[in-house]
Write a protein that binds this ligand. Structure first.
Ligand SMILES: [Zn+2]
Ligand SMILES: [Zn+2]
Length: 374
């Protein structure tokens, strides 16, 4: 195909016949295998060569031998895994091209979390884009998703049902701030995943004009610090440690989802339990988790964003990796697009690459550990 996108196929491949996608990218138990490059994309088990789309724990796993990722994703992996991030780490900035074996690889922003990338792979005139996880709405903490025309678009479908329509973030943040105003004698504890969601909620609060200090559970500190080091301004952040209960009256405290409804949160003054997640559209889930103020804020594309993206990339074929695959496959097929569900295992049903809950986050350098208290 011809294109002016960041990774236009090279001209000298036109003579050979264009390979069938399935002939060079395969689903193996270890993950998506790119045969002519001899590498895996986001392998679920350690691989000799891994191309990593982003830092969430179900995509970036430790102990691969050679790792290729964006500089920010590598920084996140190092912060999380230390030496286990990989024996050899190679950074590839957005828009730069690298040949691995016979495959040209380019990273293009996915708009999911800091450093997140779609892997654009080209082999003999065939271009396949593995999007990793992505979203389409604005996020001040990472570069926005860029649609890349391609022959096959590999997509997630975490929220791949028409019932999933995420409201505007600003409205959700306004509800939180309204509650803070209504209950000045209480604290607000907001459950958010350590990578991406926590920092995005903070950025949204800042954008809405909230400039009070925001307190962080120990498990959220290392990556929030890293975001700030990497140039994402999150304002005045303070550890929720070593302070008296009174210090949190009228304040917002960020915590991992697992901590908001347990003993940890009970040390806060009469906490309003909030949770920022795409799953908060499902009332039952909010109720089960004891969430008083559900905030529908997701780092994954909702149904409309998935459909929009399929239109935008214009691929004649899509592969759906994980999530609610059937509806999206049906939607694509009804529009004349070939579609198949890869039914890949190892990606969290909950859509939680977002999931790295504290036990998975090795906290280095004497930072507070999960469960360590106020
Ligand atoms: Zn994921
Ligand atoms: Zn993710």
């Amino acid at each position: 195909m011809t294109s002016t996108t960041p990774a236009a196929p090279s001209a000298n491949v036109a003579s050979a016949s264009i390979p069938v996608p399935e002939s060079w990218i395969k689903v193996l138990p270890q993950g998506l295998y790119v045969e002519p490059g001899d590498f895996f994309v986001d392998p679920v088990r350690p691989a000799a060569r891994a191309v990593i789309t982003h830092g969430h724990a179900d995509h970036a796993r430790p102990n691969n031998e050679r790792v290729l990722a964006t500089p920010d994703t590598l920084a996140i992996m190092r912060a999380r895994y230390g030496d286990a991030a990989g024996a050899s780490l190679q950074a590839l900035p957005y828009g730069e091209r690298l040949r691995i074996g016979e495959v040209d690889v380019t990273f293009v922003p996915a708009g999911h979390v800091l450093g997140s990338a779609q892997a654009v792979m080209e082999y003999r005139g065939c271009r396949i884009v593995a999007s990793g996880d992505y979203k389409r709405r604005a996020d001040a903490t990472c570069a926005p998703f860029e649609p890349v025309p391609c022959d096959v678009f590999i997509t997630e479908a975490t929220f791949g049902l028409p019932v999933f329509r995420h409201p505007p973030d600003e409205g959700e943040i306004a509800r939180l701030l309204h509650s803070v105003e209504l209950f000045p004698e209480r604290s607000h504890v907001v459950g958010a995943y350590a990578l991406g969601k926590c920092q995005r909620v903070i950025a949204l609060l800042r954008k809405a004009g909230y400039d009070e200090p925001i307190f962080l559970h120990g498990a959220l500190i290392p990556l929030s610090n890293l975001y700030q080091e990497l140039g994402v301004d999150l304002g005045d952040l303070r550890p929720a440690t070593g302070l008296k209960k009174d210090a949190f009256v009228g304040q917002i405290v960020m915590a991992p989802p697992s901590a908001v409804a347990d003993r940890w949160a009970r040390r806060l003054p009469d906490p309003v339990v909030c949770m920022a997640s795409g799953w908060m559209t499902v009332r039952q889930r909010a109720k089960q988790r004891g969430v008083e103020l559900p905030l529908v804020i997701s780092d994954h594309a909702d149904w409309d964003e998935l459909c929009q993206t399929i239109d935008d990339v214009g691929a004649p074929e899509i592969w759906v990796t994980h999530g609610r695959e059937e509806a999206l496959v049906h939607h694509a097929t009804s529009r004349g697009i070939r579609a198949r569900a890869l039914a890949m295992v190892g990606f969290d049903e909950e859509g939680q690459g977002e999931m790295p809950e504290p036990p998975e986050v090795p906290v280095r350098g004497g930072s507070p550990t999960q469960g360590e208290l106020l």
